[in-house]
Design a protein around this ligand. Structure first.
Ligand code: ADP
Length: 382
């Protein structure tokens, strides 16, 4: 190679090396590719994760970016997606229209159980993000339904004595010249008025029970004393039906509660035991203290050897206005509310009421209430 060519080649290589060095230097000097900011701010993610109800934030491709603890257990989210296509459509529409949206969905719970009604609300958050929040409406709907049923039942029940009173007053007008007939109809009017009074006081008692907590003003109650007082109220009635009342006591056992309510519960049970037994029957009230894994309890049982209740009806007798035999209930002035009142009182005192019965043999209703521990719960009960 001639010295000239060699020096030209050397120059070219030198220039190339310089250029390469320059390029590498420039590349090193250029800022790094920016790391994309997270789609969802950490603060919003934490907020969503701590919400009590079902909630989620969805990304631009419907992927779940954050969800609350209950989002999956409520059935709103399944895996990494929304559980239902109609939910997805709601989210997409909110994203497209940049408008909030609402949807009610019924989600199945366990087999044989009523489905859960959820009200879903979605709101676009920008950048393709959509917030979804669900509100469980099942309990509110159930309460509404119970209230509607109750009003319908009350209206129906009130119509009967009011209708009877109206007919009887017409009968009195027609029989104005017959004193015996007038006396007869007037007597029946007073029976219907008493029935109406009883029904109204039971309805008031039930609605008071639903809106008050007896444990707020609870006092120690010696259960055998209340039982004595209740049995005394029924002695004449039992005698006139040749029914024998007995009381097996466990002195000194005490509960905490509203004395008036406990008395009302026992009154309903004793009254039923007499009303649904034939002449010569025995009604026994027994008190005892029992212990189980949940603690100490006072049990008050009212047993009769009366007509008994079939297995199918046993499941329904605590429902409001349910009667096995409407005529027999009416004959003793029953309203169909007594046992639902007992059930409410038991629950409000932290207890239960249970039933054993056999058709033609008799029934035992057992009220089980938390026992008062004299040494720990209430000094005054000792
Ligand atoms: P009622 O006012 O009709 O007695 P309750 O709510 O007290 O209403 O009782 C509901 C129904 O349960 C009664 O109508 C009756 O058919 C049945 N029942 C309640 N107690 C007894 C009992 N001791 N023996 C048989 N049947 C009973």
């Amino acid at each position: 190679m001639s010295p000239l060519v060699a020096s030209v080649l050397g120059g070219v290589v030198g220039v190339l090396a310089t250029l390469l060095g320059l390029v590498m230097w420039r590349t090193r000097q250029q800022p790094a590719e920016p790391i994309p900011a997270p789609l969802l701010s950490p603060a919003l993610k934490t907020t969503i994760e701590h919400l009590r109800g079902p909630a989620a934030v969805l990304g631009p491709h419907d992927e779940i970016l954050a969800q609350s603890l209950t989002a999956a257990s409520s059935g709103v989210v399944r895996g990494s997606r929304l559980a239902r296509t109609e939910m997805l459509e709601l989210v997409r529409e909110a994203r497209r229209e940049t408008e909030p949206g609402v949807l009610n969905v019924d989600l199945p719970t366990s087999p044989g159980m009523p489905s859960r009604r959820l009200a879903l609300r979605v709101a676009p958050l920008g950048d393709g993000l959509v917030l979804l929040v669900a509100d469980d409406r099942s309990e509110a709907l159930r309460i509404d339904e119970t209230r509607r049923d109750f009003v319908a039942n009350v209206t129906h029940e009130l119509k009967t004595p009011i209708g009877a009173l109206s007919l009887l007053s017409e009968a009195i007008t027609d029989a104005a010249d017959e004193p015996d007939a007038v006396r007869h109809f007037a007597g029946r009017m007073s029976t219907e008025t008493a029935r109406l009074n009883e029904l109204i006081s039971q309805i008031i008692a039930l609605s008071r029970l639903q809106s008050s907590d007896p444990l707020l003003a609870a006092v120690p109650i010696e259960i055998d004393e209340v039982a004595d007082a209740v049995l005394d109220q029924f002695r004449d009635q039992a005698d006139s039906h040749q029914i024998v009342l007995s009381h097996q006591r466990s002195p000194g056992i005490t509960i905490r509660g509203d004395q008036g309510q406990i008395e009302a519960a026992l009154r309903n049970l004793v009254q039923n035991a007499i009303a649904y037994s034939e002449a010569g029957a025995r009604v026994a009230l027994t008190t005892r203290r029992v212990h189980d894994a949940a603690g100490d309890w006072v049990e008050v049982s009212v047993s009769d050897n009366g007509i008994g209740i079939s297995e199918a009806d046993q499941a329904r007798v605590f429902e409001r206005f349910f009667r096995v035999d409407y005529g027999r209930s009416r004959a003793h002035g029953g309203t169909g509310l007594g046992l639902s009142i007992v059930k409410h009182i038991a629950a409000a005192h932290g207890g239960t009421v249970s039933l054993w019965s056999r058709l033609g043999q008799g029934s035992t209703f057992t009220l089980r209430l938390p026992a008062l521990q004299p040494e720990t719960d209430e000094g005054s009960a000792a």
